[in-house]
Design a protein around this ligand. Structure first.
Ligand code: SF4
Length: 391
């Protein structure tokens, strides 16, 4: 990212020319075996994009490359009718494309989550969490491939425009529809995003990941404008429900390292899963998390799942898994339509973890994700809406 000569914008701030990362060595990330690559509409439309894409493709000489340069990424079909088989196939397919309207304002209703800005330089992710909430979303259901969108510079330009129009510090969240660091070893997108937000007077980045690819982050100037959060669960839960993903031990180590470099670090413990002995397991893990990482904020949540994602989860694990057996089916009839545990179980779980956290860190910011007002109130937490995706 380079200032464009002496040009300044309406606010007297220097304008930046944004371009795709070029000065880096891409390498294959763990947890992602690629058997097929699609080049879709817009992916190699400029010499800069073509260079970027070809370097990444060069890392996978064994993969079949299909050029569909007249077809938008969203129109590719896998021709596999069985949804679970399609899902498993998609986890080994890498798609390059261009995402229009990639910076959006969320449309949550029926829970106390504040709406927030989010953006998508990636789509979906290579990990295999059994409870993945993206599994039932329209885009992922029909084309569950891992996507890299090459118009990140244009997304950041749009973020700049939105943040300046709002005239106040504004968070832009990355992690709603993807894992934001899982493919950073391929793209080096962090080297474009972190300096952009560091230099920006108003825009802030919040991201949520399970990846442990933090080496590039350690070398970047962030000015505290990039807030890094990790999705965590006790190792016993992760081992059973988060397949093909970095271990929780490795995630804690990544969190500790970036915190040492001064990044604000948060954790999201979600979905809390009531496996056998869960009370002791979550109490011990909460203590370990807080003793290992100087957290700024901890956000808790239970399962929140739409019908399609639940059906896929139950194809993977059967209907008697520890999530499904605790879902109260009445919960999907109200509010935002997501299925959840009963309010009583959610209150019990949140209270247990909140008390464990506050024993060690009375000052820790605590929040709930995608919760209802009554459950927030039952936990005694104040300030609903000050949760992970926002400042
Ligand atoms: S990390 Fe997130 S997007 Fe990826 S499989 Fe797990 S729940 Fe789904």
């Amino acid at each position: 990212m380079r200032p464009i000569g002496r040009q300044v914008d309406l606010f007297g701030e220097p304008l930046f020319r944004l371009s795709l990362p070029a000065d880096y060595e891409p390498f294959r990330p763990a947890y992602f075996e690629v058997s097929r690559i699609y080049l879709t509409k817009g992916s190699v439309a400029t010499p800069e994009r073509r260079r970027f894409v070809e370097r990444i493709c060069g890392l996978y000489p064994e993969a079949e490359v299909r050029e569909c340069l007249d077809t938008p990424h969203s129109r590719i079909e896998l021709h596999e009718r069985d949804e679970l088989a399609r899902h498993q196939l998609g986890k080994h397919i890498l798609v390059f494309g261009e995402l229009q309207a990639a910076v959006r304002f969320s449309q949550e209703a029926g829970n106390v989550c504040p709406n927030y800005w989010h953006f998508s330089p990636y789509g979906f992710c290579p990990y295999d969490c059994k409870y993945c909430y993206l599994g039932g979303t329209i885009g992922v259901k029909f084309f569950p491939a891992v996507k890299i969108y090459v118009n990140l510079p244009e997304m950041l330009t749009e973020i700049d425009r939105i943040a300046r129009r709002r005239q106040r510090p504004t968070a832009f969240y990355l992690g709603k529809l993807q894992d934001p660091l899982a493919l950073d070893s391929l793209t080096a997108y962090s080297t474009l995003m972190v300096p952009f937000f560091a230099a920006h007077p108003l825009a802030r980045l919040t991201l949520l990941t399970k990846s442990t690819h933090v080496d590039r982050l350690l070398e970047l100037e962030h000015q505290g404008h990039t807030i890094l959060s990790w999705s965590v669960n006790p190792p016993e839960v992760s081992a059973a429900f988060e397949g093909n993903a970095p271990s929780v031990d490795d995630r804690l180590e990544a969190m500790r390292r970036v915190a040492q470099r001064g990044y604000p670090v948060r954790a999201v413990m979600m979905p809390i899963i009531p496996i056998q002995g869960w009370e002791d397991i979550y109490t011990a893990f909460t203590q370990r998390l807080i003793e290992t990482v100087p957290l700024q904020r901890l956000t808790l949540g239970g399962i929140c799942i739409y019908r399609g994602a639940r059906a896929l989860m139950e194809r993977k694990m059967g209907p008697d898994n520890a999530i499904s057996v605790h879902i109260d089916n009445d919960t999907s009839q109200i509010g935002d339509g997501r299925a959840r545990y009963s309010p009583q179980l959610r209150n019990t779980a949140y209270t247990l973890i909140i008390e464990a956290a506050q024993r060690l860190r009375p000052d820790l910011e605590l929040a709930l994700c995608l919760e209802e007002k009554a459950v927030w109130q039952s936990t005694g937490l104040r300030r609903p809406g000050r949760c992970n995706c926002v400042l």
